[in-house]
Design a protein around this ligand. Structure first.
Ligand SMILES: [Zn+2]
Length: 271
């Protein structure tokens, strides 16, 4: 589903009246220069929202663009600051392709795990132990740009990464989370009004959801990075690309509001 990034950028810039609109970097793909945006709304506790790592998953970037005013209002009422990276891979978004126009893979590559002395890998198999982790230095230009911008700031109170699944059939949803699942059960329950929640089923060759539609996976992604720097609530939300866009918006907004609430509540340790 190709999109028009120029029009997208115009709409994002139009939010300058309600948030700080920054270009954290520019990337050139196929001879076209793309500005990369961060929307910042001040607050007492912070929520970071990322979306659009994969270009063929347009729902997250579109929800954040279309509903930003309502999202900002909900956050402001709860004194939650937002840092929103609405469309991380613009050339993929524009072309409707998973990767960027150079064929690089902008997801993951936030960190690496040392699993044995001198042996570094991008993801852990289930239950695999590791000696230490380190922020990764390389990766595609879009990843390097967003990673260095995110890493400039202290750990937020919560972080949500919005994806889609372009492989599974039907209108469906599931999520990757870590630790205590109780904050996410109600969000999944609410989402089930809009799409089938994939429970106790395989989503790909590595992963299977539990009875709540949740998966734990240390994959070196931005969500995994936030886990490692101590963010108490961090998740990657998935809706299938077969899910009607209106249902994706509804599910994305359930999780965005839910994560604003979680950020507002904060972790026990920081209170
Ligand atoms: Zn994705």
């Amino acid at each position: 589903m190709p999109q028009n990034y120029q029009e997208y950028a115009r709409r994002i810039r139009g939010y300058a009246g309600i948030a700080e609109v920054n270009e954290y970097a520019r990337v050139v793909e196929g001879g076209v220069e793309y500005p990369l945006f961060r929307l910042t709304l001040p607050g007492e506790r912070w929520l970071v929202i990322t979306s659009g790592f994969h270009g063929e998953e347009p729902a997250g970037p579109l929800t954040l663009c279309h509903a930003f005013e309502a999202i900002a209002e909900y956050a402001r009422e709860r004194h939650v600051g937002l840092r929103v990276y609405p469309c991380i891979n613009p050339s993929g978004f524009e072309d409707g392709t998973r990767y960027n126009r150079s064929g690089e893979k902008p997801n993951n590559d936030f960190l690496r795990y040392e699993t044995a002395p001198g042996e570094w890998k991008g993801e852990l198999t289930r239950g695999e132990s590791f000696l230490r982790w380190a922020l990764y230095e390389g990766g595609p230009k879009e990843t390097r740009a967003v990673r260095s911008d995110i890493a400039r700031y202290p750990a937020p109170a919560a972080a949500l990464d919005i994806h889609q699944d372009n492989y599974l059939p039907g209108a469906a949803t599931y999520a990757y989370t870590f630790g205590d699942k109780s904050p996410y059960r109600q969000l999944m329950q609410d989402a089930s009004a809009h799409a089938h929640v994939i429970r106790n089923d395989k989503v790909d060759e590595h992963n299977r959801t539990d009875s709540d539609g949740l998966i734990e996976y240390n994959d070196g992604s931005v969500t995994d990075y936030f886990l490692r720097i101590g963010v108490p609530y961090t998740a990657t939300l998935e809706t299938t690309t077969r899910t009607p866009l209106e249902a994706c918006h509804a599910i994305n907004l359930i999780w965005i509001r839910g994560f604003i609430d979680l950020a507002a509540r904060g972790s026990e340790s920081s209170e």
